[in-house]
Write a protein that binds this ligand. Structure first.
Ligand code: SF4
Length: 355
């Protein structure tokens, strides 16, 4: 069944921190002061617009939900919980900081029917966390995860941010290795971008911080995705979502792209098919042009060809003796077929990250 997310934004509520990258108003696209009345109205408005059968979830985004006072958490959760009890919605999700989790807070969330918790982890390297003014450590994350895992009530999501100050690919790999050990139910990956009116913007303008380029970020996140895919940990979002208030005009620098996830998938197709072509190349006996046809379904066209045909251009450079052709004839959605020397090889796209 399709999911229908009703987002309730609580910008900067509950948060006493000032992470270098955060301009919560810009990220959430909302500057409203939220109270019980607003939450009820938002849910009713979204329910009214829904015209298909769906699994409906109310999601409190932005701010640090559990850093609010217990009374304020109860006030905001109350209307959502009423809808949950009436089976008008099926789940309540909150996102928060790792150091704003304890047993009392978790028991309160259970009382109000919260079933999904997302923790902003960002990195599991203490130097990166410190330089990013996160105000928590790797150990805080481990304690929070252990506390949440004591209860079977919650699905747990972890958010990471490649490219923070002092981050490196190696630190990113170690972070993902630790994340895999923490066994989250899902992960979000937000490559760091420099938003206007943030500390990071100041550091950037003073030449004290260089963001990843789009290309570097795509390569970095492709590796993280391959590792997570290999451990069957779903990534539910990659790259900041474009909203009315978050667009390229608010991004001062960094790897922001409205279709970032698609670019990462195209990179993974590039790596996988390249590996396959390398094997064919290895056994090629002469320097004559050899025709290779890649059959794929329509929906994979942009991912296989890459952004502005970037994958095709790279393959033409690396494999000058291949005459690569592409055909959208394959009926099979889950496979790519590669025809070469009258042989047909099949790649299962669900396993493509394992190649
Ligand atoms: S903890 Fe979250 S809301 Fe608070 S400053 Fe950091 S990113 Fe922004």
């Amino acid at each position: 069944m399709k999911r229908y997310i009703i987002p309730v934004f609580i910008p900067h509520y509950g948060c006493t921190n000032e992470c270098v990258f955060c301009n919560q108003h810009k990220i959430t696209g909302s500057q409203t002061t939220v109270n019980e009345y607003h939450v009820r109205k938002i849910i009713l408005d979204w329910l009214e617009r829904l015209n298909y059968a769906a699994f409906i979830e109310v999601a409190f985004y932005g701010g640090s939900f559990t850093a609010l006072s217990i009374e304020k958490q109860q006030e905001l959760l109350n209307p959502a919980y009423e809808f949950l009890k009436q089976d008008k919605i099926q789940a309540i999700r909150i996102s928060t900081r790792p150091d704003a989790i304890d047993d009392l807070i978790l028991r309160n969330l259970i009382l109000y029917g919260v079933s999904i918790i997302e923790l902003g982890v960002q990195s599991l390297d203490n130097k990166v966390l410190k330089k990013s003014c996160r105000g928590h450590t790797k150990e805080d994350v481990e304690l929070a995860v252990a506390a949440i895992r004591k209860y079977a009530n919650f699905k747990l999501g972890l958010q990471v941010m490649p490219g923070l100050p002092k981050d490196t690919l190696l630190k990113g790999l170690l972070t993902i290795r630790n994340i895999i050990e923490l066994k989250p139910d899902f992960v979000r990956i937000y490559p760091t971008v420099v938003l206007n009116h943030t500390k990071l913007a100041k550091l950037y303008c003073e030449n004290q911080y260089t963001p990843l380029s789009l290309d570097e970020s795509i390569k970095y996140c492709s590796i993280l995705k391959i590792l997570l895919d290999n451990h069957q940990i779903p990534i539910i979002r990659m790259g900041l979502q474009a909203t009315e208030n978050l667009n390229s005009a608010n991004v001062l620098a960094g790897p922001y792209h409205p279709a970032f996830g698609e670019l990462v998938q195209a990179e993974i197709f590039y790596l996988s098919i390249t590996k396959f072509l390398e094997k064919i190349n290895l056994y090629k006996k002469n320097f004559l042009k050899q025709e290779i046809i890649i059959f794929h379904s329509n929906r994979l066209t942009s991912k296989i060809r890459g952004n502005k045909n970037s994958n095709i251009k790279k393959w033409s450079r690396i494999f000058p003796y291949f005459n690569l052709k592409f055909s959208q004839e394959a009926n099979e959605k889950n496979f790519i077929k590669i025809k070469c020397d009258n042989q047909i090889y099949t790649l299962n796209i669900n396993l493509i990250s394992n190649i």
